[in-house]
Design a protein around this ligand. Sequence first.
Ligand SMILES: Nc1nc2c(ncn2[C@@H]2O[C@H](COP(=O)(O)OP(=O)(O)OP(=O)(O)O)[C@@H](O)[C@H]2O)c(=O)[nH]1
Ligand SMILES: [Mg+2]
Length: 390
Amino acid sequence: MKLIVIGVGQCGGRIADEFARVQARAMEFRRLEIILDTFAVNTDAADMASIRSIRNDYQHKILAGAGKTRGHGVAKISEMGAEIIRDDSDKIIDAMRSTSSFYESDAFLVVAGTAGGTGGGGTPVICQELKKRFDKPVYSMLVLPFEHEENTEERTIYNSALCLKATSSVADAVFLVDNQRYVRKDYSLKGNISGINRLVTEPFLNPLSAGEEKRKGNIGARLLDAGDIIQTLEGWSAISNGVIKIPFIPMPWDYGSNFRKKGGSVQRGLEAMDQALSEMSIDFNPNEAYNALFLISAPHRELSMELVKELGDHLRNYASQAIIRNGDYPRNKASIDITVMLSKIASVPRVTQIYNKASALPEVQQRRTADKKTKADLTEEAGRDVPSLI
Ligand SMILES: Nc1nc2c(ncn2[C@@H]2O[C@H](COP(=O)(O)OP(=O)(O)OP(=O)(O)O)[C@@H](O)[C@H]2O)c(=O)[nH]1
Ligand SMILES: [Mg+2]
């Protein structure tokens, strides 16, 4: 499957940059084109300076609203982000369209942090414009804020709610990434944003590659292609992978009867799938996921009908309601890598929480303004007897 990736705002731009590196690896080690082109769109010129792998020209690093913001961003005002991107949408799409591979893709992926003004406001607009102009699926990857940002930055929840609601109403599917979840799992990721970006882009490598392979030895018995992925993706979605090394020194159960030999690879496959399931990019109730897909990437000798069946059963136990698709991708590496996508997820508690908090905001803000006013009045009252200079 071939994607065009568009990052909006700083977070989106950095993740799109990481996707450009995923493509570089696909080319270097597999001679495959899976991400045909990557773009960064921003209202802030400085935000784009740290982008290293996206091509350094105005058609790939696209500055929007320069006349309005003079390249200094929209300071978290997502209504302004949306307006600027809408006003400049012809310019943005024309810049992308002028690159050679724009038309060859199977789908678009628009990435951003929901809390940002440019990314949060601009992403739904770009998704809508792409949907309007091209007959291809438009997917989005939205990064939800760290918990501490909710307390320090008033706009965090409000921008996130607006972005989630608008993007989900226009995009075909939305991959959710909860920044806080990564910190909870591995504290070393606190402040290590590029570590999170690597973790969220990595799972795309194998599912995008599997259907593009030309080498006979790398083509699966059940090939996973763009059609399977497009059929799976709908609504709120999550993706993850798990990797288990295959021992160079065989374990005792790798000897003996064929059944026992396969037992070792089934065990490793289940372990890799458990790892993937426990490291999903967002928390949700798996019984509310209605589409699922898994891809086994492993050496030929590890792949068997039994492994596919056991993994299918395992995923069925996890996501009891889901239609499950699967594929295998023979790879000459000493590891078994299971990618899992869950989609059409009906209930995501973190999104509900953001919507609820945002709905309560006008009330909280009114109370805060009233509080501020009373406090200001009290101070004034205390200074009543101090003589005035002017
Ligand atoms: N995972 C991840 N999150 C990021 C990254 N950069 C920023 N964020 C998160 O994205 C949100 C802020 O969005 P930004 O992308 O900085 O904002 P922007 O879209 O540039 O918008 P403005 O600066 O307001 O114009 C916060 O919740 C950050 O925690 C990143 O590289 N990776
Ligand atoms: Mg910014």
